[in-house]
Structures are given as structure tokens and as C-alpha cells.
Design a protein around this ligand. Structure first.
Ligand SMILES: O=C(O)CCC(=O)C(=O)O
Ligand SMILES: [Fe+2]
Length: 338
């Protein structure tokens, strides 16, 4: 919903034809490359309109440029060569075209409670803060300066998060987390049943503000950047969050087969509704092995209700910056163990 739909290049006749849109295979969140990272590498050849999933594989994307000459320069420079900025992967690039297709039904049933998703380490606590606390938190961040990204605004505390590297600069400490989040940190420390979570000292906070229709591309928070507990508090408007577990698969060699949920998807999909004032916790497998994703929707279908994303959603994501290499049990998703 809401995103341009691009066609896979058809046979050889697309070769030799110019287009500002490139179909790029062996590239995407399933192989550890976020859309933001891909955009920053392709931006070396001209202004990038956006990076979109080409299909459901997670390993093929469309890079859409503002003009054809940028696409041609990128294709000539990057096709068939290992790309050091993209983990040394060899990209397979063709021109693509925008398609006037019928909309694809890309929806997945949305659960209200975390236990329905059956993802180890995923928890959702409803009404984690009161409406009064919510108002106070929103007032506090609205008094502080925002940093504008392409589609949303952010604030960073503790350590700055760098979207190009998807990491933090541990040598640049911005200071303690602000006092207005102390009650939240206190409540987190009192949460029951979380292995070792009580002792964790959260030292990094990213505040995201999403306008309606803006989401977040599928990603796993970089293992080497943050430890094993990620807490995200939703405020103001609601959204849904989708989780994807990519299977180690045939994306390595097979760039031709279309994989969709209907004909044999190569990832598992689950989705949960995040109402305002709820606290999401990603730990263990949920944190290390599942991509999380906020679809770019203005409305979400939750059970039988159509839910409109309010005028904004604000999230407070609390993490602990990692000092040592990540020792997780999911080396296929782990940049410390590659
Ligand atoms: O907005 C959210 O709840 C999630 C934010 C997130 O995943 C991130 O900043 O890495
Ligand atoms: Fe994240």
C-alpha cells in the first residue's frame, strides 16, 4: 500500500533502454543491507527518490533515481562487481519500469497481543504509561530540537545514532539520558520475568516522530551497536509493526524465481498492533533474528477494524550501547560474527 510498484525487467528487450529505476538483485534486508544503507551508496551517482522492495524476497530492491543518467552511471559502475560499501556483495543490476498494476494484497493478520505471534523474546505491555505521562513526555521532547530525516524527525540522547553506518560512535558520549525519561527507566527496571533485564543500564535513546503514512524499512538493529534488549514506547498515534524471519535461502543463487507468500515465501511474517502508551520489548530471538518493519500505511486493518494512524506517532526507543562484540546465537544476522 502506498508504494510505487515496479516491474521486474522482462527478458533482454529492456536492456539498452534507459530508465531512472534500477532492479538490483543480491541486495536488501535479507542479506543484511537496509534500504537506508543502499540509498546512501547509490546516492554517489545522483539523487535517489527512494529504495523499495522489488518483491517479497528481501534480497531484491528497486533503486529509483530522479533522472536516467544517474541510473545509467550506477548500473555501469556497480553491476557485476563486488561492492565494498555493501559488504562486498556482487550486485546484479538491470533497468526496471513503473507498472500500472493492480494493487498487491500484502497484508498479514495483525495480532493484539505478543504471545499470538509466537516469537521468542517479543513482549508488549499495554498502558505502560498513563495519558498524563504521555502528555508530559511529548511536551518535553517538543521543547527540544528535532533533526529532520527524509520522511521523519528524530532526537538522539546518550549517543547519536548514525543512519549511514547504522551504528553509534561510542567515543562521543552526549551525556546522561534526560531526566524526563527517569520514570520510564524506573518502570522498565521493575518489569517482571525478563532475564537479566533488571540489571541493564539503558544509555541510548532515539525518539522518532512519524507523520501519517510514514513507516520504517525492515531492519534488525545492528548487533554490534546495541545489546540484547530493545524497548520501544509508542506515544500519540498507533501503528502496526511487522516481523520477518528470513530463511537462509536460495536468494544466493536464484535471482529469477518470484517468491511470494502465496507461492512459497522465503520469510515468515507476523504483525502486531502497537497502541499509544504501549511498551514493546525485543529480546533474544526477536531482537537478533527477526527484522522489524513499520509499513508505510495511513490506515491499518486490525482484526475487523480499520485504524487510522493519528496525525503523528512518536516512539521512544531505549537501548544499551554494546562495548564488546556480540555473542548471540544467530551468526547469520550478526555483524560481530561475520
Ligand atoms: O518506532 C519504533 O517503534 C521502532 C524504531 C526502531 O526500530 C529503530 O529506531 O530502530
Ligand atoms: Fe529498530
Amino acid at each position: 500500500m502506498g508504494l510505487p510498484r515496479f516491474g521486474r525487467p522482462k527478458g533482454v528487450d529492456m536492456q539498452g533502454k534507459l530508465s531512472p529505476n534500477l532492479f538490483v538483485a543480491n541486495c536488501g534486508p535479507a542479506v543484511g543491507l537496509s534500504h537506508d544503507t543502499i540509498a546512501s551508496v547509490f546516492a554517489a551517482f545522483g539523487e535517489v527518490n527512494g529504495v523499495f522492495a522489488a518483491d517479497e524476497s528481501g534480497a531484491r530492491v528497486i533503486v529509483s533515481y530522479c533522472d536516467e543518467s544517474s541510473a545509467r552511471a550506477a548500473l555501469e559502475a556497480l553491476d557485476g562487481h563486488p561492492c565494498p560499501e555493501l559488504g562486498g556483495r556482487t550486485l546484479h543490476i538491470r533497468y526496471s519500469v513503473l507498472q500500472p498494476t493492480a494493487p498487491i494484497n500484502d497484508s498479514v493478520p495483525v495480532s493484539l497481543v505478543a504471545s499470538d505471534l509466537n516469537i521468542p523474546g517479543l513482549y508488549l505491555v499495554h498502558d505502560f504509561v498513563s495519558t498524563k505521562e504521555e502528555e508530559e513526555l511529548l511536551a518535553s521532547i517538543d521543547e527540544r530540537p528535532w533533526k529532520s530525516l527524509a520522511k521523519r524527525r528524530v532526537q538522539h540522547y546518550g549517543y547519536e545514532f548514525c543512519y549511514e553506518t547504522r551504528n553509534v560512535n561510542t567515543r562521543q558520549h552526549l551525556g546522561e539520558l534526560p531526566s524526563f525519561v527517569s520514570p520510564i527507566l524506573e518502570k522498565i527496571s521493575l518489569l517482571p520475568d525478563l532475564d537479566n533485564a533488571a540489571s541493564i543500564v539503558l544509555d541510548q535513546l532515539t525518539v522518532n516522530e512519524y507523520p501519517p503514512g510514514v513507516g520504517l524499512s525492515p531492519h534488525i538493529d545492528t548487533h554490534s551497536a546495541f545489546e540484547g534488549f530493545i524497548f520501544s514506547l509508542s506515544l500519540a498515534g498507533p501503528c502496526i509493526m511487522e516481523f520477518r524471519r528470513y530463511t537462509d535461502g536460495d536468494w544466493l543463487n536464484d535471482n529469477t524465481k518470484t517468491q511470494t507468500p502465496e507461492n512459497g515465501s522465503n520469510f515468515l511474517r507476523r504483525a502486531i498492533y502497537l497502541p499509544p502508551r504501549s511498551m514493546l520489548l525485543l529480546s533474544g530471538e526477536a531482537r537478533y533474528a527477526w527484522h522489524h518493519y513499520i509499513p508505510h500505511h495511513k490506515i491499518d486493518l486490525v482484526k475487523d477494524s480499520v485504524i487510522r494512524r493519528g496525525s503523528r506517532r512518536v516512539s521512544f526507543t531505549f537501548r544499551k550501547v554494546r562495548a564488546d562484540p556480540c555473542p548471540c546465537d544467530f551468526p547469520q544476522y550478526c555483524d560481530s560474527q561475520r
